[in-house]
Structure formats: C-alpha cells, structure tokens
Design a protein around this ligand. Sequence first.
Ligand code: AMP
Ligand code: MG
Length: 349
Amino acid sequence: MNTKVWKVDKYVDKLESNPHIVDAAQFLRENEVVALPTETVYGLGGNAESDAAVAKIFAAKGRPGDNPLIIHIADKSQLDRFVTEVPAKAEALIAAFWPGPLTIIFKMKPGVLSEKATAGLDTVAVRMPDHPVALALFKQSGLPIAAPSANSSGKPSPTTAAHVMDDLNGKIAAVLDGGATGVGVESTVVDCTEEVPVILRPGGVSREQLEAAIGEVLVDPGLTNVKEATRPKAPGMKYRHYAPNAPLYLVSGTRGFLQSLVAEKQREGLRVGVLTTEEYQDEFTADVVLACGSRAQLETVAAALYDTLRKFNQMEVEIIFSEIFPTSGVGLAIMNRLQKAAGNKVITE
Ligand code: AMP
Ligand code: MG
C-alpha cells in the first residue's frame, strides 16, 4: 500500500483550507485507517463500528488483540449511541476537561461498536481530543473513531508524522501531517464506572487536576506494583511499551553516580547514552547525551520524551541511563512511561 502523506494546517479546521481532511474522512468511511494529529500523540484512526477497519488498526500496529482501543468523538451527543449512562462525576470531568487529554471509561451499550475495538469488554474508553484537525476529521466522517497511538506496538508513541512513517509506511492509507503534537504523552485514562473514579493510566491531565474537579480519585495499584496479583486494570498497561532499541536503566541517585555508571560501561567498550535535561546536559560525558526538556517545567519533558527515546535509536547507542523525575503533576505520566520503557529496570545508588 502506498501511504499518502497529507500536510494540514493545525490551526485551521475549515475544510476549504484543509481539503485533505475530506479525503481522509472518505478513507475512514471506506473502512481504511488513517493517522492523525491530536494534542497528545499521533493516533491511528479507523471506523469503530467496523470489524474490518478495527482489524486493520491491530494489524498495522502489531497490537495484541486483548488490548482495547480508545473511541474518539467530536461531539458529546455521540456518547448516547454506545454508552449506557454518564454518571455525575463523569459529567463534571467532561465539563472540565473535554476536549482534552482525558479518556473516560463508561459502561457500554452492546451491539454498536466493533467487539474487536473493545476487546470483548462491557465497558468502553472514550475521549474527545483537543485538536482542530482531529475534531474536523471526526465530524466530517460522521463516525466514532477507534484510535490507538500510531506507532508499532511496543515502540515509543509518535509525536510527529515522520515518526508515524518510520513505523507504519506502507501499512496504512494516509497520514495527516499537522506538525508536532503538544502534550507529548497520551491521555489520562480514568475509570468512572466505580463510585470513586480510578486512574488506570496517568497522562496529560494530572491526578491533582482531576481531584480539583471532582474530589477523591484513586490510582490503580497495578500501575506501581509489578506483582502478578495486582495486574493493572487497563489491559494495555501490562505490556512493555515505549521502548528504545537499547536497554534503558533509570538511575535513582546523584548525577555523579549516574556518570560513574556511564564510565563503567564505556570501559567495557559500550556506546552509552544519557537521558537528562537542559539543566544538567553539560555535566555528563557519554557517547550521546540528550536533553529531554527542562526539569524546571515537566510539561517540556513530557513533550520531548518520545522523540528523545527515538533519537537514541538513530544514534545507535548500546545502553541508556536516564535521570528520574518527581511524580507530581505530569511527572506521574513521565515516570510511568519511563518505567515501562525501561522494563522497570532501576539502579539505586
Ligand atoms: P492506547 O490506545 O495505546 O492509547 O492505549 C489505550 C489504553 O486504554 C490501554 O492501556 C487500554 O488497555 C486502555 N483501555 C481501553 N479501553 C479500556 C477499558 N474498557 N477498560 C480499561 N482500560 C481500557
Ligand atoms: Mg499506545
């Protein structure tokens, strides 16, 4: 398949200025799959009511079939079609954070969405992204759109159309290139089928922000505890994810300690990478030192994270050591992604 790359203006939702949105919506109606920019990462969209379209999403990504997809909508009225009820706390979250990087789990009306999209569960994850191109595309298609991140399963999520092409060129109908995404980590997934909502995946909206809107919010213990007995409740969170090619180690300790690990591996003849921040990049001597945003503003670390992980692949390092980050605000999502990318390998001083 010849994957079309269509430039779109991310500040403009007018179809006259962005005619390729109409072409991409036509692909969606024909049950083809199309990559699209959102405010978090690039998504790979397909008709959520079609088994054929959803099968193409799983095939292009090589995604395990037991990992359900997030259903994307452009208008709140679309919820009625496939959600049984919108609890009061979910209403409050929608009012506060949609459109935006928050995915809400609802109880689902059976028989509307493809069972492949929801992996046979009786709940459904829904989000309305805050991106004019994504919203215009969804509106134009008239469909609920199933859309996971547009990367090969296991790789860092794509934050540019070039990342999408690196992974999926030839496997999907088209990419709408709307430039780099903003938030850089995926949406927060919050389960609102329970009396007290539970964060199943930390993301672009922080726990603190959720609690300011609706009071107490729990964090799924399976996210921080790797033991089998507490498997994460979001099926996708059990997989290794976001991983660069070289083994990645998170380092808990001083910068001097991290530098000593680098020196040790260089003595063994390895090409060593360090993931650090603008503040400290001059303090390390490794083969490749990459500054991933500024520690003083964790939002910039989130925005740069996946691109930085992918750069280590291009620079062909053989081992990577990374700083760790505070878990307040978006730091919880950053550390969750880094821990998964590292397969939970942490070296403590
Ligand atoms: P991705 O599509 O890669 O952004 O990942 C979506 C995340 O949401 C994965 O971790 C899924 O397992 C999770 N998810 C989707 N639907 C549900 C659901 N109904 N219940 C729990 N987790 C879900
Ligand atoms: Mg993903």
